[in-house]
Ligand binder design. Structure first.
Ligand SMILES: [Zn+2]
Length: 302
């Protein structure tokens, strides 16, 4: 019912990472978001295989009693709502008295706390909505290179090697869905919030950013072009000028949502394309124009 897509925060950080030297903490955050998203994609593939009739809702953000909570994935079966928190951790970890450590003995945030919090907030939300479904919450470790030692048996943790058996267990107990399940799915979708990531991003301004067009495959700058297309020196990808300019204009809008899109602006932003009239042509063909002459501003990609 709700597919997953890359978050705006991840996309913006990817662009920033290509255009400025990000501080270490933001680089780290970007790497974590990227890794997390890759894990979620792997999880989605696994889910699709067994989901059958059940409803899948991904990437949800709710607010209940002034608490925001984010859910990686919900699976609505006939009798139980499963809440999945997906982790793409890699390497060896161990648990000691409720504390989680990496193999280098570095303590990490206990992911069970987040799971428990989300589970209880989801229950409250369902109660408010007067849905009486049973909720089960699980931490799913999706990376086959993950190993957790000294795991107490009673924890709702699914390790990579257990995924298939777990899927069987879930589907065996599920029957045909009814109207109430769809109603629940729709209600939850209507309550889903979208949060602006801009306050969480590192500070950046236009002048700091390296100008040019990024290859959409490897996110390095195009350095070569011919009459027809731009050519990526790194991955050898080829892209037509128009598509590259439109993508860059979109990227500009994402990074600077309050700035106007003008021919001069996008010409400067794209940098590698020297012919300003060519930029003007592309923008006027694909955007709606507001105003005239120098102050013309392009809105909404058609
Ligand atoms: Zn490339």
């Amino acid at each position: 019912m709700k597919p997953r897509c890359e978050s705006l925060e991840l996309r913006i950080l990817r662009y920033l990472n290509a255009r400025i030297d990000l501080p270490a903490k933001d680089k780290n955050h970007y790497a974590n978001l990227k890794k997390g998203y890759e894990g979620e994609q792997k999880f989605d593939e696994w889910m699709k295989e067994f989901a059958g009739e059940g409803l899948i809702l991904n990437d949800l953000l709710f607010e209940t009693h002034h608490s925001l909570f984010q859910i990686d994935s919900l699976y609505v079966s006939s009798n139980i709502i499963y809440l999945f928190e997906v982790k793409n951790y890699e390497g060896d970890f161990f648990i000691e008295e409720d504390k989680w450590y990496s193999s280098s003995k570095l303590e990490i945030k206990n992911p069970m706390h987040q799971l428990k919090r989300n589970e209880s907030l989801l229950r409250r939300l369902l109660q408010e909505l007067k849905f009486t479904f049973q909720v089960e919450a699980y931490l799913i470790f999706i990376n086959p290179e993950f190993q957790l030692y000294q795991t107490p048996l009673n924890l709702p943790i699914i390790l990579p090697a257990q995924l298939n058996r777990f899927a069987e267990k879930i589907t065996i107990t599920s029957n045909k869905l009814k109207g109430v399940h769809t109603a629940l799915g729709q209600k939850l979708l209507s309550l889903h919030l979208t949060e602006s990531p801009y306050s969480r991003l590192p500070n950046y301004c236009y002048d700091q950013l390296e100008k040019g067009i990024l290859c959409p495959v490897c996110y390095t700058f195009y350095r070569s072009l011919n009459k027809m297309a731009l050519i990526c020196d790194r991955c050898k990808g080829i892209e037509r000028h128009q598509s590259a300019v439109l993508r860059s204009a979109e990227e500009f809008r994402m990074l600077f949502p309050k700035s106007q899109i003008t021919t001069n602006q996008i010409h400067d932003w794209c940098s590698i394309i020297k012919n300003k009239k060519f930029i003007w042509k592309i923008l006027s063909k694909n955007f709606k124009k507001e105003g005239h002459g120098k102050s013309a501003n392009y809105i909404d990609i058609l």
